[in-house]
Ligand binder design. Structure first.
Ligand code: UFG
Length: 335
């Protein structure tokens, strides 16, 4: 049985990926410092899969602890989710973001190299494309200067990994996620935003639940179908499955180069108003919203060309926007 380290394995995408890994027969070791997650998620994963993953409360900034972990545990691969991810906060605290997202990545890669662990999957983001000149966005679209320190950590992270694969036996795949949403069908795990949600879907579900009074739609004068911004919303379970496929590609020596990148999205763009219409349709809830000014730093439209993920990985998003939004709502109802 292959042993896989999942950093940030109690977080939103991490927890769903741990479930899929265990379902596929992998042995999972989680490192998570609970900075944006709770220990209860471990029990929830266990109740979904009937198998408890090993858990290590390690902060990846603690280099000695990371060294110790690799000394004591022989893993076959690493899926690296642990990172800070709030765009606005990263503008306020750039050094924390660079230390947390870049410093820890360097430690991990150093230990992988030293301990001859050769398979690495990295959480990247479509943020590396900025506002792409052409839609849908292919992997060949130019990487643009980052809009935020957070976005820069993804861009620099990819560069660090690429450079490392050139001088070591490490093979890596960066998955560039579009907008992950939704929750596991069991409604036992999902997204747990701390405080006021910055992302659209948690704000929508909290508004429908009466926790927030009203959703503000940021911008209604974009050059899009209805004036609101367009994104590619991908169900988190589809996204989790992409990680298992990417990992298996490396474990089975199917990668074509030592560093590969894949877009992980549905290939379909939806406007904010379309998301609201879909949410209202599947839940039967009426949503309070108002149109306000654009949010600084937001782009007009982003959706993926997933041809390469489809053909090379043999992966394709299966869930519809309706299904993803319904799962997000079912999860919200449990909170
Ligand atoms: N939006 C609203 N109201 C809200 C929240 C969001 O109208 O209360 C709009 C945004 O303006 C945007 C869309 O909903 O048009 C999606 O916003 P999100 O914040 O959910 O997602 P973003 O596309 O802005 O951000 C996501 C990830 C980031 C990543 C970024 C890069 O959350 O981590 O994509 O593309 F950096």
């Amino acid at each position: 049985m292959k042993k896989i380290l999942v950093t940030g394995g109690l977080g939103f995408i991490g927890s769903h990926t741990v479930v899929e890994l265990q379902n596929e027969g992998f042995e999972v070791l989680i490192i998570d410092n609970l900075s944006n997650s709770t220990i209860e998620v471990l029990d929830k994963i266990t109740s979904i899969t009937n198998k408890k993953p090993s858990y290590f409360n390690i902060d990846l900034k603690d280099k000695v602890a990371v060294q110790q972990f690799f000394k004591e545990n022989n893993v076959d691969g690493v899926i690296h989710f642990a990172a800070s991810k709030a765009v606005g906060e990263s503008v306020e605290k750039p050094l924390e973001y660079y230390e947390n997202n870049i410093g820890t990545l360097v430690y991990l890669l150093q230990e992988m190299k030293a301990n001859k662990v050769s398979n690495f999957i990295f959480s990247s983001s479509c943020t590396v494309y900025g506002q792409a000149d052409e839609l849908p966005i292919t992997e060949n679209a130019p990487v643009k200067p980052a809009e935020s320190p957070y976005g820069n950590t993804k861009k620099i992270g990819e560069e660090i990994i690429k450079d490392t694969t050139k001088i070591s036996k490490i093979n890596a795949i960066a998955l560039r996620y579009f907008n992950p949403i939704g929750a596991h069908e069991s409604a036992k795990i999902g997204e747990l935003p701390i405080g006021v949600p910055q992302n659209l879907i948690p704000f929508v579900t909290q508004t429908a639940a009466g926790i927030r009074k009203e959703l503000s739609i940021f911008g209604s004068d974009y050059p899009t179908i209805d004036g609101t911004a367009v994104r590619d919303y991908i169900h988190v379970v589809d996204l989790a499955k992409a990680h298992i496929i990417a990992l298996s590609r490396l474990l089975n020596y199917k990668n074509k180069t030592s560093f590969e990148v894949f877009n992980i999205g549905t290939g379909k763009g939806n406007s904010v108003l379309e998301v609201i219409q879909s949410f209202e349709k599947v839940t039967g809830k009426k949503l309070n919203y108002k149109l306000v000014e654009r949010r600084e730093g937001d782009i007009t439209a982003a959706y993926a060309d997933t041809t390469i993920a489809n053909t090379e990985l043999g992966w394709k998003a299966e869930c519809t926007l309706d299904e993803a939004l319904l799962s997000a709502w079912k999860w919200q109802e449990t909170l």
